[in-house]
Write a protein that binds this ligand. Structure first.
Ligand code: PEP
Ligand code: MN
Length: 337
C-alpha cells in the first residue's frame, strides 16, 4: 500500500506511521519529497491487515492499494482461461455454448416442448427457473421441487444438462441433486452466505451480475466460490440498472471484455434479462459473441404471450431458431465454434 502524508508533518509523526505499518508486518520504504513524505508498505495486502484505517490519522492524507482485492479469479493467479465442465459440455473452450429454455418451468408440456425445440435448434444446455425471485410476493413464485423434477425429466429425454436458480441456502442440497449448474440470481449476487453454500455443493456456479454491482464487486463475489474450493465458476452479465427505461436493464457488454481480461473464468451473457424485450435479443446476442462471451443464456417459450413470468423478453420457438441461424456467422468471425 502507499501512504501519502500531509505536507509539513514532523519527523516524529512520520516515525509513528512507520512504526504502526511495521507492527502489521509490512516492510516500509520511505520517500521524502520536497513537500511530502510518501511511505510504501511492502507485503501482500490480501493476507496482511488492511492499512486503510490509517486515513483516520491526522498526519495521513491518502492511503492507496497497489494490489487488486481479488486473487483466485484473476488472470494473475491463472493466466490460462478455465474451462468449466458441465457433464459433457465444456464452457469456456472454443465452442460457444447456448443455454436456452423458459424463464419459469410452468408445466410438463411447456417444458418438454421447449426443451426438444431448443435442442433441435442447437442449444447445448437447458435453462428453467423452479424457484423464482419475484419482485412482488403476489407473482408466480415457481413450481419449486416439482419444477426441478420436470427439469430432470427434460434432461433425461434430451440429454441437455440443466441450469436453474438457487434462491436460498435452505435449498442448496436439494437443488444440487437435480441441477448441473447453480444459478445465483442478480438479486442475490451480494448474498455471501448463499454464495458459500452454492460453492460447497461442488456443482458449477453461474453468478449473475447484481443490479448495481461494480465489476470489482462481481469479481469478489466470484472469489467466494473459488476460495471455498469450487473451481467451476462462470460470470453472467445480465444488464444493470441505469436511468434508461427503453430497455428493462442496460446490458453492459464492455463488462464482458473487462471480466474476460481480468479473470480466467468463463463469461456468459443473458440478453433476455439484459434488454427485457424479445425484439432486441438477437442483436445483443450477436454483439455478445463478438465481444468475447463464452455462452449465451436465452429465454425461450412456446407462447411468450401466455408466459407466467418475463413474457415480453422470451423468444418463441421460431424466434430461437432464427437466433441460432443469425448468430452462426458471428461465431465463426469470433474464431469460435
Ligand atoms: C432469470 O434468469 O430468469 C432471472 C430471474 O435472472 P436475473 O437474476 O438475472 O434477473
Ligand atoms: Mn426471467
Amino acid at each position: 500500500m502507499i501512504i501519502v502524508l500531509k505536507a509539513g508533518v514532523t519527523e516524529k509523526e512520520i516515525q509513528a506511521v512507520i512504526t504502526e505499518i511495521e507492527k502489521q508486518d509490512y516492510k516500509t520504504h520511505v520517500m521524502h519529497g520536497v513537500e511530502r513524505t510518501v511511505i510504501g508498505a511492502i507485503g501482500d495486502e490480501r493476507t496482511h491487515r488492511n492499512l486503510e484505517s490509517l486515513i483516520t490519522w491526522e498526519q495521513v492524507e491518502q492511503v492507496m492499494r497497489v494490489q487488486k482485492r481479488y486473487k483466485l479469479v484473476s488472470r494473475e493467479a491463472q493466466p490460462k482461461s478455465s474451462v468449466v465442465p458441465v457433464r459433457e459440455v465444456p464452457i469456456g473452450g472454443k465452442k460457444i455454448q447456448i443455454m436456452a429454455g423458459p424463464c419459469s418451468v410452468e408445466s410438463e408440456s411447456q417444458l418438454m416442448e421447449t426443451a426438444h425445440a431448443v435442442k433441435e435448434a442447437g442449444a447445448t444446455i437447458l435453462r428453467g427457473g423452479a424457484f423464482k425471485p419475484r419482485t412482488s410476493p403476489y407473482e408466480f413464485q415457481g413450481l419449486g421441487e416439482e419444477g426441478l423434477k420436470l427439469l430432470a425429466k427434460a434432461r433425461d429425454e434430451t440429454g441437455l444438462p440443466i441450469v436453474t436458480e438457487l434462491l436460498s441456502q435452505d435449498h442448496a442440497e436439494m437443488i444440487a441433486e437435480y441441477a448441473d449448474i447453480l444459478q445465483i440470481g442478480t438479486r442475490n449476487a451480494h448474498n455471501f452466505q448463499l454464495l458459500i453454500a452454492a460453492a460447497k455443493t461442488g456443482k458449477p456456479v453461474l453468478i449473475k451480475r447484481g443490479l448495481s454491482m461494480k465489476i470489482e464487486e462481481w469479481l469478489l463475489a466470484g472469489e467466494y466460490i473459488l476460495s471455498n474450493r469450487n473451481p467451476n465458476l462462470m460470470f453472467c452479465e445480465r444488464g444493470i440498472r441505469t436511468f434508461e427505461t427503453y430497455t428493462r436493464n442496460t446490458i453492459d457488454l464492455a463488462a464482458v471484455a473487462a471480466v474476460k481480461s481480468e479473470s480466467h473464468c468463463p463469461v456468459v451473457v443473458d440478453p433476455s434479462q439484459g434488454v427485457g424485450r424479445s425484439d432486441l435479443v438477437i442483436a445483443v446476442s450477436k454483439a455478445a459473441i463478438a465481444i468475447g462471451a463464452d455462452a449465451l443464456l436465452i429465454e425461450v417459450h412456446p407462447n411468450p404471450a401466455e408466459a407466467w413470468s418475463d413474457g415480453a423478453q422470451q423468444v418463441d420457438l421460431n424466434g430461437f431458431k432464427k437466433l441460432m441461424d443469425e448468430i452462426r456467422p458471428f461465431i465463426a468471425a469470433a474464431g469460435r465454434e
